[in-house]
Each structure stands twice: as structure tokens, then as C-alpha cells.
Design a protein around this ligand. Structure first.
Ligand SMILES: [Zn+2]
Length: 308
């Protein structure tokens, strides 16, 4: 049976107190899959400041590091602490390590978020540094890849990654989302606000009340976009837990089995097209955190069905 490497560090979780973002889930997911006989857990190295500066402005990086100016340091809506900066170097390191491992093994996971709302000059929506783009740019810098694709299936549109796509023609991003993020506020009705798709980023909305059949049909229609411009050397998959129907932000009708079907479809797409795939744990805010954790551990079961 195949094995999967998942990167985790207790240092992924910055101390943000009692927060809407259940940052403790990274540890809970690691604890849940640690005993599974097809999962190897490894600790990643943090990325360097130079890795971050390929993606984010120096003024913003300094703010996250020093806490000043405070408004910029907390633009992602976390209370700043000196532990924030090392934690986001580690989560980005987790995404990089998983991406690099996927180039060797064909697939790997980072038990951290990709933080897709973070743009070059500020954070947003609990996202400090964009680990997806940091990982891609480091692999580009190392000559390990020439092209990369990001499939974002968090509930929320991946606006930070889309902004980073400008000036990075080697990335293709597809964001299949069911809710929006605009000025740090949540908009439920994605039919009233449309995104400006660019040359290398596309958005596809899941309508309110979306069920499994509708979701899979929309995925089938749009997934080929990721192969259109060039075959990507790497696929990064934002496996969000917030499309789940009990999530306070979700207008969708997707239960655990439906999201498992989503993950299975993503892995089949990657396997059928021989794309190395690394996935990360994106958002999830259901009050009962065990339901968030189950979405994420189910991604491992979907992986086993396709690759195991
Ligand atoms: Zn989200």
C-alpha cells in the first residue's frame, strides 16, 4: 500500500487565544492521523525571510515581525504576539516541504493552512503570509519547477493568491468557492458579486444550496482550466473544511461524504493527469471542531482510495 507524508509542527499554531479561527485544529488533525498505518508525519523547517520577501513587501514583513505598525501587523485579524512571525515561517515551511515531497512521491500533505487571503502588502481573513505562493516561488527559485497550479476549494474566494498571480505567469489558479470575502467582511451571495478573472486565474461559484452533484459538475467543467495554459509541474490543493453545511459561513449543502467525494475527484484529476499534488488544510469554523477535523482526516481517506 502507498504511503503519504504529512508535515506538521506544534509551532504551526500562533497563540491567538479564544478566536473564531480554531487554530488548534492543526494539532488535532495530526493527532488523528498519526496512528494511521499509511501516514508518516514529519516536522518541516521554517522558510527564510528571503523566501517570504519574494512574495510580500518588506514593510509588511517587518510589521508581522515587530508588531509595528500594529494595524498592519494585525491586518489578518489575529492579535499580534512575538510568536506570530515564527509560526507563519513554519506554516509556509510546511507547504514548501509538502510541495517538494510531492515532486518526489507524487503526493504529500501539509497540516497547515495555505493562507490564501494574504496579498503582497497586507494580511486578510486570518491569513498572514501566503504559504502557497511562497512555496511555489521558492521551488521556482531552486529550479525545481517551471509551472504550478493552485486549486482552491476553500469556501471563500482565494483573493490573495489571485492578486499574487499578477506578474507570475507560471502560476494558474482556479478558485471554486461558495462565499466571498470583501473588505474583510463575509458576503454569502456569490451571485451578486463577480470576480475579475485574469489571464492566469479563474473563479467558479458554487451556488447557494449547492449539493454534491452540482459541485462535481462545476468541478468537471472547470478543472481542465488548470491544464490549459501549460501542464503544471505541481498542483497545490487548498482543501477547505468551511464548505461543510454546518459551518457558520457556508450557504452550501455539502456533508462529510460530499466533501470526501470532492477530495476523491481532485485526487483522480491529479492522478489521471500525472500531476504531483500537495494539499493543505484551509478554513473551517464549525463550532464543533471535531466536525472540521473530520473533513480534514477524510481527505486522507480519499487519498488512500485513489493512491493507496
Ligand atoms: Zn474560508
Amino acid at each position: 500500500m502507498g504511503r503519504i507524508t504529512a508535515y506538521h509542527s506544534p509551532g504551526f499554531a500562533a497563540p491567538i487565544g479564544d478566536h473564531l479561527m480554531p487554530i488548534g485544529k492543526f494539532q488535532l488533525v495530526a493527532d488523528a492521523v498519526r496512528g494511521w498505518d499509511f501516514v508518516d508525519i514529519r516536522v518541516p523547517e521554517p522558510v527564510s525571510e528571503a523566501d517570504v520577501l519574494r512574495v510580500h513587501d518588506r514593510r509588511y514583513v517587518e510589521a508581522v515581525k515587530t508588531g509595528l505598525p500594529r494595524e498592519l501587523a494585525e491586518s489578518q485579524k489575529f492579535p499580534w504576539s512575538p510568536l506570530l512571525y515564527p509560526s507563519v515561517l513554519l506554516t509556509s515551511g510546511g507547504v514548501y516541504a509538502a510541495a517538494k515531497q510531492a515532486l518526489i512521491d507524487g503526493s504529500a500533505a501539509a497540516l497547515a493552512s495555505g493562507f490564501h487571503h494574504a496579498g503582497p502588502a497586507h494580511g486578510e481573513g486570518f491569513c498572514t503570509f501566503n504559504g502557497l505562493v511562497i512555496a511555489i516561488d521558492r521551488l521556482m527559485h531552486e529550479g525545481a519547477i517551471r509551472t504550478a497550479a493552485v486549486l482552491d476549494m476553500d469556501l471563500h474566494y482565494g483573493n490573495g493568491t489571485a492578486i499574487c498571480c499578477r506578474g507570475r505567469p507560471y502560476i494558474s489558479q482556479l478558485s471554486i468557492y461558495g462565499n466571498d470575502y470583501w473588505d474583510n467582511a463575509v458576503y454569502r451571495d456569490v451571485t451578486t458579486r463577480h470576480h475579475q478573472d485574469g489571464a492566469n486565474h479563474r473563479s467558479a461559484a458554487l451556488p447557494a444550496g449547492c449539493d454534491r452533484a452540482t459541485m462535481l459538475a462545476i468541478m468537471n467543467e472547470h478543472l481542465p482550466y488548470l491544464l490549459e495554459r501549460a501542464k503544471p509541474d505541481l498542483l497545490l490543493y487548498q482543501a477547505g473544511a468551511d464548505p461543510y453545511y454546518e459551518d457558520p459561513f457556508s450557504p452550501l449543502k455539502l456533508n462529510h461524504d460530499d466533501l470526501l467525494a470532492r477530495d476523491r475527484a481532485v485526487f483522480r484529476f491529479a492522478k489521471d493527469n500525472a500531476l504531483p499534488v500537495a494539499w493543505v488544510l484551509a478554513g473551517g469554523y464549525t463550532r464543533d471542531t471535531s466536525k472540521v477535523v473530520k473533513v480534514h482526516t477524510n481527505t486522507f481517506l480519499a487519498w488512500r482510495e485513489v493512491y493507496g
